[in-house]
Design a protein around this ligand. Structure first.
Ligand code: HEM
Length: 414
């Protein structure tokens, strides 16, 4: 029999038999739940949640994410949400977000080059233009809701430019992105028709864009993906359509919420905000430190594709395990002084986990880093005395992608 450490002589305990604290008592408020999770993390590697278990510490989070027997739970979302609509379930296709094994390896090999830091760098001047336009829209009033006025609209033009979709279609993309992402909302059953319609329209649009680029190659992602080849293998049209979908699902809400988290966090550290305005070269470090200290993706789910023994505990096939990226990013056995936020400090030895780890590590990480690195110093320079006006309204911490719902600020008009 195989054991987690390869040599333990004991019989593994089934995870359900462990005496574990729970983090999902119904009477807990969101704030109490977050405080409970943070207080348990230093002494508990695993706790119970409403649908399974959560691993809290850096080493275990990385171990689970790098173990290919743990599969992405993305493919299970429709079932977990209670969707029984046959048409919807049957029309699901393999996505890079949920594929595993050889299917995932092949897709990742084919698309990796198109998402390189160099490809992302091509868009930096455009990113600066977009942020500058958004700030221009509020600068004269000296007031803004950073979440609604800056973060919300920011990623759509970038994704459109990346894909090669024209400016006239930004509004369409914005609506499709919003509707497709409703799959993560609580009331998905009522919104299923809207989600299905958006998916169908986006698919048709993507097919048109792909046909155009096959005839008329340009300097954009679709053209790159059409040309991508590995040992004579290429992406099919269906796979190209899937990639457009994955870029929208993976690349819009994440970026806007991470930017909101970063501004919300930095608003509590005015001296670091001023420093960023004066020294834009601090931006790359500021992005890594804000993502470590306050990431928009707090965790990601896996299920056991077979019986798995880890740390002498048996996880029966089907067990759902949440990996808590947020607590792992504050693990004191990995980060020096993890409770201190400082954009000028040298990074500790290990990377933060807000982009995940293992085979599903964020494909858009270079693009996301570029978007945040360009946006933050412009915002700091244009709003150097930014102050929160009232209170920041945060989404519930259990939201798949966390950030501010409203971030009202004042600053000196310009
Ligand atoms: C700050 C912004 C972002 C954050 C925090 C973020 C976070 C993540 C995380 C945690 C994962 C892994 C999920 C898992 O293991 O279950 C992931 C995967 C992914 N992300 Fe991002 N992401 C961001 C931006 C983007 C952007 C801009 C794009 C697209 C251009 C993108 C596309 C993807 C894709 C396609 C995957 C799936 C990769 C695979 O399964 O092989 N992400 N992201």
């Amino acid at each position: 029999m195989l054991y987690g450490d390869g040599m333990s002589p004991t019989t593994p305990t089934v995870v359900s038999d462990l005496d574990l604290p729970s983090i999902d008592a119904p009477e807990l408020t969101d704030g109490e739940r977050q405080a409970l999770v943070a207080s348990l993390a230093p002494d508990h590697w695993i706790v119970r949640n409403a649908i399974g278990y959560t691993v809290l510490q850096y080493a275990d989070v990385v171990a689970v994410l790098r173990d290919k027997r743990w599969h992405s739970a993305t493919s299970k979302i429709p079932e977990m949400m209670g969707i029984t609509d046959r048409e919807f379930l049957d029309n699901r296709r393999v996505s890079i977000l949920s594929a595993e094994g050889d299917v995932h390896t092949r897709l990742r090999r084919l698309v990796a080059k198109s998402f390189s830091p160099r490809s992302a760098d091509r868009l930096r001047p455009f990113m600066r233009e977009v942020v500058t336009d958004l700030v221009d829209g509020v600068a004269a009033t000296g007031r803004a809701d950073i979440a609604a006025d800056i973060c919300e609209p920011y990623p759509i033009p970038i994704i459109c430019e990346l894909l090669g979709a024209p400016r006239d279609d930004w509004q369409l993309f914005s609506r499709w992105a919003e509707d497709v992402l409703r799959i993560f909302n609580g009331n998905v059953l009522e919104e299923l028709d809207v989600i299905k319609a958006a998916r169908a329209e986006l698919d048709e649009y993507s097919r048109g864009l792909i046909a155009d680029r096959r005839n008329d190659p340009r300097d954009d992602l679709i053209t790159d993906l059409i040309a991508a080849e590995e040992a004579g293998d290429r992406l099919s049209t269906d796979e190209l359509v899937m990639m457009v979908d994955a870029v929208i699902v993976g690349g819009t809400d994440t970026t806007r919420n991470q930017l909101g988290c970063a501004v919300g966090l930095l608003s509590g550290y005015p001296e670091q905000w001023k420093l960023l305005a004066e020294q834009p070269e601090l931006a790359p470090r500021a992005v890594e430190e804000t993502m470590r200290y306050f990431g928009a993706v707090r965790g990601t789910a896996r299920f056991a594709s077979e019986d798995i023994v880890y740390r002498d505990v048996r996880f029966p096939a089907g067990t759902v395990v949440m990996t808590s990226l947020a607590t792992a990013n504050r693990d004191s056995s990995v980060f020096d002084d993890p409770g201190t936020f400082d954009i000028t400090s040298e990074p500790s030895g290990q990377p933060h986990l807000t982009f995940g780890s293992g085979i599903h590590y964020c494909l858009g990480a270079a693009l996301a880093r570029a978007e945040l690195q360009e946006a933050l110093p412009i915002l700091a320079r244009r709003m150097p005395d930014l102050a929160v006006d009232g209170e920041i309204e945060w989404k519930p911490s259990t939201t798949a992608i966390f950030g501010p719902a409203h971030l009202p600020v004042t600053f000196t008009p310009s």
